[in-house]
Design a binder for this molecule. Structure first.
Ligand code: NAD
Ligand code: DAU
Length: 367
C-alpha cells in the first residue's frame, strides 16, 4: 500500500492502490450514481457495493448501463437498520465507505425535519458505529469518507467565500442535520481514531438530478409548459458544479485526501437564480425550436423559502492546490449537456414524476 506520485509539484501518497472493497451509500441517488459509475468503470479491480434504501430519490434506472459489470453489487439497506448494516459489513468486509445517503432537499426538510434527523444524523452515526466496530482490530488502509455540503456554513453577503475554516452556521433543518453529521464524523476521528475524511460541496447539477431541485424542476416545467416558480426576488446566489466534476473530486479525496482533513469542492461559478433561469430558458427555446422568449414567459415569482440562504460561494483553492483537482466543463457546456440529457431521457423523467412526485408538487407549489 502507498505509492508516491508527483502532482502539481508536491509528492502525494495514494491512500491505497491495492484492490479494495468500497461501500458507497446513496449510490442510487443523483450524485451517488455518478460516483458509483466512475468507481466501477475506472477501477475494475475494486468491488463496489451500492448500499441504498431506494427512497423516492433512489432509482436503480440511474445505473442501468453498468449494473451488469462484475465488480458492481447492490444491497437494498436502510442506514437506520443497524442489524442490516452489520450483515452487509460482515458479508463484504469493506476497506472503505463513501457515505452519500441522505435526505437532500431543503424544502422537504422544512416540512418534515425529523426525517432529516433520522437519516442524516442517526443514519450517519449508525454507519460510523458499524465501521468502528468492524474495523476495531485493524484500521490500516481503512477510510470513512463523509460527503457533505457547503450549506453547513450558512449564508454569505455580497462578498467572500466559504473556506474549510469557516464557522458552521446552518439555517435549514437540512443543513442543521448535515452539520450535525459532520460533527459526529469528526468526533469519531478525534475520539476513536476512525480514519475519516470529509468534503463540503456546492450545488450540483447534471443528468439524473431529481426534478424537485431548481434546474431539473425548471427543465421539466419548460418541457411541459408549467410555471417556473422563482422564490422571493430571485436574487439568491448559488455556486454550481457539474455532477461528474464532483465525482472526480470525490475520487481524488478518497484516494489522496489526508486523514482527518476537510476539502471544500466548488466550481467558482456563481449565478443569481434569475440569471440562471433566463439562461436555461434561452437554451431550451433553442433546443426545442420554440420562439425566443417563450420559456421566459413561464417565470412566476412565488412566496420565498423560509430561512432562505442569500448566497453560497466555495473557495476551492485547497483541493486544487493539494490534490490538483479542478472542474472540467464550463457552466454553459454543463447546462447544455444536462438539458440534452433530459430531452433524450423522457422515459426516466416520466417514471420519476409519477406517483409520490405529484403529491409533493401539489403540496409545495399549490398550497
Ligand atoms: P439524492 O436525494 O439524489 O440521493 C440520496 C440517496 O440516498 C437516494 O438514492 C436515497 O434512496 C438514499 N437514501 C436516503 N435515505 C436513505 C437511508 N435512510 N438509507 C439508505 N439510503 C438512503 O441526494 P444527492 O443530491 O445525490 O446528494 C447525495 C449526498 O451529497 C448527500 O449527502 C447530500 O447532502 C450531499 N450533497 C448534495 C449536493 C447537491 O447539490 N445535490 C451538494 C453537496 C452535497
Ligand atoms: O449547496 C449545496 C446544496 O444544494 C445541497 O446540499 C442540497 O442537497 C441541494 O438540494 C442544493 O440546495 P439548494 O437549496 O441550494 O438547491 P435547490 O435546487 O433546492 O435551490 C436552488 C436555489 O433555487 C435556491 O436559492 C432556491 C431556489 N429555488 C428552488 C426551487 C426548488 C426556486 O427559486 N424555486 C424552486 O422551485
Amino acid at each position: 500500500m502507498g505509492l508516491a506520485k508527483h502532482l502539481t509539484g508536491t509528492v502525494k501518497i495514494h491512500f491505497n492502490t491495492m484492490a479494495q472493497t468500497i461501500i458507497i451509500t446513496g449510490g442510487a441517488g443523483f450524485i451517488g450514481s455518478h460516483v458509483v459509475r466512475l468507481f466501477v468503470t475506472r477501477y475494475p479491480e475494486y468491488r463496489i457495493i451500492n448500499l441504498d434504501a431506494l427512497t423516492y430519490a433512489g432509482n436503480l434506472e440511474n445505473l442501468r448501463d453498468i449494473d451488469q459489470l462484475p465488480n458492481y453489487h447492490f444491497e437494498k439497506v436502510n442506514i437506520l437498520d443497524t442489524a442490516a448494516l452489520e450483515m452487509v459489513f460482515s458479508k463484504w468486509n469493506p476497506d472503505g465507505v463513501i457515505h452519500l445517503a441522505a435526505e437532500s432537499h431543503v424544502d422537504r426538510s422544512i416540512n418534515s425535519p425529523l426525517d432529516f434527523v433520522y437519516t442524516n444524523v442517526i443514519g450517519t452515526v449508525n454507519l460510523l458505529n458499524t465501521a468502528k466496530h468492524h474495523w476495531k482490530n485493524n484500521l490500516e488502509g481503512k477510510r470513512f469518507y463523509h460527503v457533505s455540503t457547503d450549506e453547513v456554513y450558512g449564508a454569505l453577503g455580497d462578498t467572500g467565500f466559504f473556506t474549510e475554516e469557516t464557522r458552521y452556521d446552518p439555517h435549514s433543518p437540512y443543513s442543521a442535520s448535515k452539520a450535525a453529521s459532520d460533527h459526529f464524523v469528526r468526533a469519531y476521528h478525534d475520539t476513536y481514531q476512525l480514519p475519516v475524511v470529509i468534503s463540503n460541496c456546492s450545488n450540483n447539477y447534471g443528468p439524473n438530478h431529481f426534478p424537485e431541485k431548481l434546474i431539473p424542476l425548471f427543465i421539466n416545467n419548460v418541457i411541459t409548459g408549467k410555471p417556473l416558480p422563482v422564490y422571493g426576488d430571485g436574487l439568491y446566489t448559488r455556486d454550481w458544479l457539474f455532477v461528474k466534476d464532483h465525482a472526480t473530486a470525490i475520487d481524488k479525496v478518497f484516494h489522496e485526501g489526508k486523514t482527518g482533513a476537510t476539502y471544500n469542492i466548488g466550481g467558482f461559478n456563481e449565478w443569481k437564480n434569475i440569471d440562471l433561469v433566463k439562461l436555461l430558458c434561452r437554451l431550451m427555446d433553442e433546443k426545442l425550436a420554440r420562439d425566443t422568449g417563450s420559456s421566459e414567459k413561464l417565470i412566476t415569482y412565488v412566496k420565498d423559502r423560509p430561512g432562505h440562504d442569500r448566497r453560497y460561494a466555495i473557495d476551492a483553492t485547497k483541493i486544487n492546490r493539494e490534490l490538483g483537482w479542478k472542474p472540467s466543463v464550463t457552466f454553459e457546456e454543463g447546462l447544455s449537456l444536462t438539458i440534452d440529457w433530459y430531452l433524450q431521457n423522457t422515459e426516466w423523467l416520466t417514471h420519476v414524476t409519477s406517483g409520490e412526485y405529484q403529491q409533493y408538487y401539489d403540496r409545495q407549489y399549490h398550497k
